[in-house]
Design a protein around this ligand. Sequence first.
Ligand code: GDP
Ligand code: MG
Length: 243
Amino acid sequence: MTFDVTIPVLDEEATLHQQIGILHAFLRKHYPDQHQWQILIADNGSTDATPDLARELEQEFANVRLVKVPRRGVGLALKTAWGQSQADIVGYMDLDLATDLDHFPETYNRLSQGGCDLVYASRLHPDARVINRPLKREISSRGFNIILKWYLGVAFSDGMCGFKFLKRQHLDRLMDNGARNDGWFFSTELLTVAEWLDLKICELPVTWTDDAGSSKVKILPLAKRYLQSMRDLKRFGKARGML
Ligand SMILES: Nc1nc2c(ncn2[C@@H]2O[C@H](COP(=O)(O)OP(=O)(O)O)[C@@H](O)[C@H]2O)c(=O)[nH]1
Ligand SMILES: [Mg+2]
């Protein structure tokens, strides 16, 4: 099966070249056929040298592509990149490669032959290993997922982890049924709507190494937006009779 790995980026000039190099070398080693896969760098509104560096990476590697997105937002970046994709499997991971790359082959196998429709990384499964996570992120992540379970009645363990892959054939249905957010909440919507649609969702306990210093996430404003988005999603699901 073919696959596209999307990396959403915003002002990542300091690490873009190095991290894409690591990812490309890893994928090349495991999937030597360079026509089987692409890396899509989805940039929306970087004001530093990120787009120029991404262009250089396009020159360096035949299967790396820059996807330019007109407005800000990780959800919008992913929807744009996946919308242009022709691959059987689409998904994303964070540029900091916080989720250990060794989980990718297992993800691919479970989608291509394991009967899974969507595979997501979980940091909250008892078998996950989480390294260097600041206490406030750990607490907010657990709290957020508890609220999700209670408010939306979902069964998945970790809505926000930046490592998810799915069969592209399901994407339109997911988006038509509520996975629409332009921001970070899109990541959680994907799992929620996949549950509503009875897709086969597979949880992957992962090794996750936080690089908290580089995080762009501001917890309080984000939490407020999440809560609003949760309410909108619940309304949408109810109106559609899915919940
Ligand atoms: N396209 C896009 N990417 C973003 C945006 N904000 C963050 N990112 C990227 O999303 C990924 C995760 O960001 P990060 O700050 O590490 O989040 P954290 O690990 O949850 O603290 C990185 O690859 C960022 O470059 C955004 O507004 N648009
Ligand atoms: Mg990070």
